[in-house]
Design a protein around this ligand. Structure first.
Ligand code: MSP
Length: 496
């Protein structure tokens, strides 16, 4: 499971965190099934964009990168991101892999020297044709592209049209959603132009192994991170093992690099392209893309302060639909937090613990096998499983919260708080505790530390992350006879 590696020109914002939190939840969901998961993220540290910002700040690019990478690492620690590796493109292991991939493409005859005259957008680190620009401005960043003439090495992308089309024909499910697949196919069918893979105007990069006066184009360098980290250059067995299972999560802005350049580079080097790309839309703020110049970037830490880590994670998994663009709204976040987390889940636990204390002597009763909630839970698990597999976390969480809502409704229908202690109350409370156990397991990829807290308050031992699906989703896992603890409110209400 990979995220894009983020440019270190600036600190991370909620757009970067959106991809990373989604990848994290997916990684955790797969781990719950006992699958081996290797979750990779990291930083993209070379290129003109980073060199320019370093210069502006009066430090070397390396100093700038060393400083900024910490802000990414801190953000991922804050957000409880469970990455297994963090790759920086300035690491020696990465230089070795880039050199090897370059050499393989060169040996295949797909890299040649040429002269380039073109229009370059530094923010994209990409060339554009006149037709692609709006009045000379980059279509993504809306700022002028610069005229550049350079002697560069070129990757002969034009040779790969048919091979790419054939590959996509043989791998119809490679890109999700399908609209993005069509976009990629359309782009390839328009005809592909060679792209330059080296720069002489810049020294901040990986020198070409056969001509060190050139440094490697930042995108060729960056894409290679995915294979560096699993041992392309250092451990072939490990590399082969992981590569066939690779799943890339990317934003729609970088689809051309990932779904056209990258598979062509791999095919040239005699490697198979990765089997899956999941492409998501932009997270907008006030209908606009976040940018430094618009001053509308939001740092994850600012929201975590109000909503907590799991409140943060829940929102960005539950609110946007993975695929289209979606608009972030603070007001919307407050409403969803108060409804789903404070009222529905938080209150359910508090209520259950209170009644168990009053009517069951603080010891949680066992669930009944014929609870009406059993079917609710089974259906929710089925829907959630399908949704996680299709990278639709919002659908998966919606399904999971159906258990929460139905359990609250079940309590209200039975009003155990009004009844005399006895088997009837025990039955209702046992079912509610079992429902909470299931919710803790199924929601744990999204809200890991809260899920663990619920687990402990139910009196269950060990780690919820050590549970295994599908076994743990079978109704009846709560053994009963455990001390139930109310504790502090899980999700204190937030004022709008
Ligand atoms: N360094 C390259 C990626 C190289 S991958 C081999 C890059 N970095 S980036 O920092 O500019 O953005 C990377 C990714 O961050 C985007 O593809 C997307 O996944 C995520 N996002 C950045 N801004 C975003 C939004 N406003 N909304 C959603 N995702 C966004 O491109």
């Amino acid at each position: 499971m990979t995220t894009p590696i983020y440019y270190v020109n600036d600190a991370p914002h909620i757009g970067h965190a959106y991809t990373t939190v989604t990848a994290d939840a997916l990684a955790r969901w797969h781990r719950l099934h006992g699958e081996d998961v290797w979750f990779l993220t990291g930083t993209d540290e070379h290129g003109l964009k980073v060199a320019q910002v370093a210069e502006k700040n009066g430090v070397t690019p390396r100093e700038w990168a060393d400083r900024t990478v910490e802000r990414f690492k801190d953000t991922w620690t804050l957000l409880d991101i469970s990455n297994d590796d963090f790759i920086r493109t300035t690491e020696p292991r990465h230089y070795a892999a880039v050199e090897k991939l370059l050499q393989a493409c060169r040996d295949a005859g797909d890299i040649e020297l040429g002269v380039y005259e073109g229009l370059y957008c530094v923010a994209c680190e990409a060339y554009y044709t006149e037709a692609e620009l709006n009045d000379g401005n980059c279509p993504i960043h809306d700022r002028p592209a610069e005229a550049v003439t350079e002697e560069n090495y070129f990757f002969k992308l034009s040779r790969f049209e048919q091979r790419l089309l054939d590959w996509y024909e043989a791998h119809p499910d490679a890109i999700t959603p399908e609209t993005r697949r069509n976009e990629v196919l359309g782009f390839i069918k328009q005809g592909l132009q060679d792209f330059s893979i080296s720069r002489t105007s810049l020294s901040w990069g990986v020198p070409l192994p056969w001509d060190p006066a050139h440094v490697t184009y930042v995108w060729f360098d960056a894409l290679t991170n995915y294979i560096t980290a699993i041992g392309y250059e250092s451990d072939n067995e490990r590399f082969v093992d992981w590569w066939g299972a690779c799943r890339h999560l990317i934003g729609k802005d970088i689809i051309r690099f990932h779904c056209v350049y990258w598979p062509a580079m791999l095919l040239s080097a005699g490697l198979e392209p990765p089997p899956n790309w999941f492409v998501h839309g932009w997270l907008l703020v006030g209908g606009e893309k976040m940018s430094k110049t618009r001053l509308n970037q939001i740092a994850p830490a600012d929201l975590v302060e109000t909503f907590g880590v799991d409140g943060y994670r829940y929102h960005f998994l539950r609110d946007p639909s993975f695929g289209p663009d979606s608009d972030f709204s603070y007001e919307g976040m407050v409403v969803r937090y108060n409804t789903d987390l404070a009222n529905n889940l938080g209150n359910l636990l508090a209520r259950v613990a209170t009644v168990v204390a009053k009517k069951c002597g603080g010891i949680g009763p066992a669930p009944s096998a014929r609870s009406p909630l059993a079917q609710v839970a089974a259906t929710a698990f089925e829907t959630a499983s399908r949704a996680w597999a299709e990278v639709q976390p919002n659908v998966a969480l919606e399904a999971t919260w159906r258990i929460v809502r139905e359990t609250n409704a079940h309590l209200e229908a039975n009003e155990p708080w009004k009844a005399e202690p006895g088997p009837a109350v025990d039955a209702v409370m046992g079912d509610a505790l079992e429902a909470l156990r299931l919710v803790a397991v199924l929601a744990s990829p999204a809200i890991p530390s809260t899920a663990q807290a619920i687990w402990e308050r139910l009196g269950l031992a060990g780690l919820v992350a050590d549970e295994r699906l599908p076994e743990s989703a079978v109704w009846g896992g709560y053994p009963g006879g455990l001390p139930v603890v109310k504790g502090e409110s899980l999700f204190p209400r937030v004022q709008a």
